[in-house]
Write a protein that binds this ligand. Sequence first.
Ligand code: WQD
Length: 339
Amino acid sequence: MKVLLAGGAGYIGTHTAVEMAAAGYDVVIADNFYNSKPEAVRRVEALVGKKIPCYLLDVANKKQLSEVFEKEKIDVVVHFAGLKAVGESTRIPVAYYRNNLDTTLTLLEVMQEQGCRRLIFSSSATVYGEPEKLPLVETMKPGFCASPYGWTKWMIEQILRDACKAEPDLSVVLLRYFNPIGAHESGTIGEDPQGIPNNLFPYIAQVAVGKRPKLSIFGNDYPTKDGTCVRDYIHVVDLAKGHVKAAAYAMEHDGLETINLGTGVGYSVLEMVQAFERINGVPIPFEFAPRRPGDVPECYADASKAKELLGWEAEKTLEDMCRDTYRWQSMNPQGYPES
Ligand code: WQD
């Protein structure tokens, strides 16, 4: 079986490449390296012990993408190719809609022309919007998204739903990720944000290695257990394994399924900071700062559908998430080297 990871050189894509290869898939990557580096693919190759065909292209380039399908005879696609910075998406929304929708539409057209009928889409819990009720269940209606980034995920889900209605042989699994953190236990691949990290764990990791003086915790007056926001953090290796299960499911079922990938457990920002300090034995200086616009107080998954349908559940612990994040950051304080 051959799997194409579109946007596969990024944080979740590289971890998925490792788990797909371990499960026996032939892995092919297509990436424009807009937000990733070739070194990440070389590190994946070192981990899996073989070469991975890697195409430098924009997934929205139909001609180039078609050539990959013609050459590689792809059985299933995992679609990670997209812009993903929430804050940036509010500043350049048109670029977000253009890029994220274009990559998806081109991929769908090429898959139809080439007879590839299996797709796993990298969606997000952000499509639930402000939760009416917790935990978040797949049957809840998608909500009002807080950012253009979130709306692109919401719109792509709708495009894929419509495509599946019209094309009965198409199989799509929408994976709604909660908050992926952690890194491969080797410490050789991990999250490599450009500039100042937007997300909590990359920021904590940079404070831990002395790259930033202190963390700002956005808001301590939320109606939660300790006043800070609660999220469902999931180890990226567990998340990657969820893609392997989803691909196997898509090989055997037509139609569309929507599946949460989370642990079902929520931790507050303060709990995460304290866990990181305790497990790694490093201090994380912090200060409380005003709330960040768009943050919801609490967000965690009902993870039961993934277990029932895919036979998947998160296995890694909070300790694994903290330890692996720190190992990656300590071994690669500047992220991946250029080129
Ligand atoms: C978690 C908590 C912050 C940074 C976003 C996207 C989601 C997905 C993952 C993917 C919040 C607080 C953060 C900091 C802080 N995106 N925080 N200080 O917002 O739950 O989810 O990232 O590509 O779609 O919406 O994750 O890690 O940014 O924040 O206090 O410096 O940590 O306010 O409560 P979020 P996050």
